[in-house]
Design a protein around this ligand. Structure first.
Ligand code: HEM
Length: 483
């Protein structure tokens, strides 16, 4: 049989073609394997094509889960030449990602395309989310320090958030009895509406697509006609931010104000005569990331909360009861009441656990060789944290398979933290916006639930296969004002 196949190949391809084929086969199968010595167990890794013949199609969540089951806490595979290790188990995740050596970020398609567009090739790395090393460290430290000083994630932001909450509630109230599409709210402000329309849904981004690992694809991507549509939102958002910043720079009062933009512009001024990571392109990039990372994440979690509570009227009823008892109906819920609202707090945590917005966090890359559980993981390896596995492990939760706020309550009904809950990542690169996101989720959820009863939810079947971001189901729901 094999002889017949070889004869047929020889006759069909001729001598030169057969030699070429033999060379390719040699490169793929005979050259030393792509697996480093004492690397964590996993799929075979062939030179050039990695584990692709063994993944049986695109990387899916069930594929990732099957690796964890088969190989344990550290499981490896390769996409083309990129070696990837899936890290599972709460203890191992915390141990691996707390190290500075694992705080790198692999080159990500979405980020590199944006950098190219932004700077016409002036800067190969920008921003916080996609950068590594000194650039990442310095920018993250600057942004965190100043945001903290400005009250980011502190209760002093409450009045500002309440304005937004009220706008959202007015929007829901205006719909009367007609079904509401809980996907996104375009407020009346035309600029904000334009910006929101241009945003990229995280569920459309797949960092594990082989496209990211084809040498040269990243640099060329923005110029390929086939990718024009994909690139358009980046252009729109960055142009929008540029224009806003130029306007800001012309406004003397704004420039003197204490906000992240003016503080950053002052830093640029201070560094203008020396080589520095503080420059205008970098500022555009940081603002872009804060918008993109901070908008769709919280809004889709809230959309998921409404969906799940409309589907679980008994849980909605208990949230309503607690809000009525603790807050009443004459005032809006406030951060200061968070401790007295354990069921409401547990419900929003349970929404995040069920939703698993970023089930494998964002990929990290190893900056220097490390050893984990006796295995060697060399510099350049990509690491993925298996948060999904921690969120559904029956040993770690009271009722892991159901939407059940008791997963975050102790036997006395008090809110209980769970180590396995890491929706904002773990370690050195943990989400910059976490304190703000936590407050936003609590306040929006508590205020909207105090006022409305959601029912008659009607959802389309889910089609999202992206392993790295979860999408909210497309649904409509009816809202009835409770008072
Ligand atoms: C429900 C809301 C949110 C969730 C679930 C979420 C989740 C995450 C996750 C999983 C990461 C990756 C961590 C890692 O690489 O290990 C991340 C990073 C990041 N997030 Fe969030 N996030 C949320 C809201 C926000 C908000 C509101 C902002 C900003 C206002 C924000 C800004 C960022 C930034 C800048 C990074 C990059 C950090 C770095 O690379 O050092 N996020 N987020």
């Amino acid at each position: 049989m094999i002889g017949e196949v070889l004869t047929w190949v020889g006759e069909s391809l001729g001598f030169a073609g057969s030699c070429l084929l033999a060379l390719v086969v040699l490169l793929i199968f005979v050259l030393p394997r792509g697996r480093p010595k004492n690397f964590p167990p996993g799929l075979p890794m062939l030179p050039l094509i990695g584990s692709m013949p063994f993944t049986r199609g695109p990387i899916t969540r069930s594929f990732i889960n099957s690796l964890r089951k088969k190989y344990g806490d550290l499981a490896s595979f390769a996409i083309l030449n990129a070696r990837i290790v899936l890290v599972s188990n709460v203890k191992t995740i915390k141990e691996v990602f707390s190290q500075a050596k694992t705080a790198g970020r692999p080159e990500l398609f979405i980020i590199t395309v944006r950098n190219n567009l932004l700077t016409d090739g002036r800067h190969s790395a920008l921003g916080i989310l996609g950068s590594s090393g000194e650039l990442w460290h310095e920018q993250r430290r600057f942004v965190l320090r100043h945001l903290r000083d400005l009250g980011f994630g502190k209760t002093s932001l409450e009045p500002l958030m309440i304005l937004e909450v009220k706008e959202l509630m007015d929007h829901i109230a205006k719909q009367k009895d007609s079904p509401i599409v809980m996907q996104r709210y375009s407020y009346d402000d035309a600029k904000l509406a334009t910006l929101l329309k241009t945003f990229i849904a995280p569920a459309d981004i797949n960092f594990l697509s082989p496209l990211h690992f084809i040498p040269g694809a990243l640099t060329l991507a923005p110029y390929l006609p086939i990718l024009k549509d994909d690139v358009k939102p980046f252009k729109n958002v960055t142009n929008f931010i540029r224009t806003e910043l130029e306007e800001f720079q012309r406004d003397e009062t704004a420039k003197k104000s204490d906000c992240l933009t003016s503080l950053y512009l002052r830093e640029i001024e201070e560094h203008k005569d020396k080589p520095s990571f503080f420059h205008f392109d970098q500022l555009v990039s940081v603002i872009f990331e804060m918008f993109v990372a901070g908008s769709e994440t919280t809004s889709s979690t809230l959309a998921m909360a409404v969906y799940l509570l409309a589907k679980h009227p008994e849980i909605q009823k208990r949230v309503h009861e607690e809000l009525d008892r603790v807050v009443g109906r004459d005032q809006l819920p406030s951060f200061s009441q968070m401790d007295q609202l354990p069921y409401t707090l547990a419900t929003i945590h349970e929404v995040q656990r069920t939703f698993k917005l970023v089930p494998f966090s964002l990929p990290h890359s190893v900056m220097e060789d490390i050893t984990v559980n006796g295995y060697n993981i060399p510099k350049g390896t990509i690491l993925i944290a298996n948060m999904e596995d921690c969120l559904k492990d029956p040993a770690l939760w009271k009722n892991s398979n159901e939407f059940d706020p008791r997963n975050f309550l102790d036997d006395e009904g008090k809110y209980k933290r769970n180590e396995a809950f890491m929706p904002f990542g773990s370690g050195k690169r943990q989400c910059v916006g976490e304190p703000l996101a936590r407050l936003e989720l609590f306040l929006f959820f508590a205020c909207v639930m105090q006022r409305f009863h959601f029912y008659d939810v009607d959802a389309e079947p889910m089609t999202n296969n992206n392993p790295l971001f979860s999408a909210t189901p497309k649904y409509t729901v009816k809202a009835k004002a409770r008072f």
